[in-house]
Design a protein around this ligand. Sequence first.
Ligand SMILES: [Zn+2]
Length: 295
Amino acid sequence: METLRKTLEQADANRVAIGHFNISDLVALKAVFEAARELKVPVIVGASEGERQFMGARQVAALVKSLREEHDFPIFLNADHTHSLPSAMEAAKAGFDWIVFDVSTLPFEENVRQTKAAVEALKSVRPDILVEGEIGDIGSGSEIHDAAPELQKGLTSPAQAKQFVQETRVDTLAPAVGNMHGMLKSMVAGDVKKRLDIERIRTIKAAVPIFMTLHGASGTDDDDLREAIAVGITVVHINTEVRLAWRGGFDSALAKQPNEIVPYKLLPPVVDSVKRAVAARLTLFSGGRRRVRSA
Ligand SMILES: [Zn+2]
């Protein structure tokens, strides 16, 4: 089994990206795993602090580990947007492969100081764990927003990225490059797509030769995603699209079976709906190529 770091190195070298999908339950986990297995591509599932609180950090870690071991398949687990060191340590001890340590709302110098301390503390517990830092403003909440936040001022500069990475020694960087958490109503309808600052991604990648993660990618223009991956994005986070598919699948399951009370009869359409959304993104991120030989 390849390690997460090796998996990212291969993706980076091949100019493809690994998909990261947030989950809140076993239904979404099944869907993400099945989609990745059928496409034979590695995959990352993410659980934010809220999602971990619902599922239990140790419980979701045990589920992902059991899938990885039983199927000898590269599925990894990320502690998404972790806002404090105790919460990050809890996830590290529970067996998460990766921690997104996000104190990006703090002033830059304080963000550097706290992220550096988190990298040192987390690596002392688990030397192999990956730690991601975040600079700039990409909004918060993978939900449907009424209005777009003002993100133009919070874009990441290559100089700031370089200083941040050198001082904190993070393994991966989450920049603000036109991406945004959540989706607008117009994006759910498909009328409007998020657009990315491709030149900014290219120059940041040239300034900091580490892995870069694109957060808040739901509703992004397909060609922008392809270009972003071609110039240096190695992992793409999708959450809102997964949630929309979950809700849509559940609504139609209830409409079709209004009297059904058996969860394992109601929930398979939800798995299918999420699986289709995940498979579409994985296909795009992997450039249509298949990467896992053992599965
Ligand atoms: Zn995010």
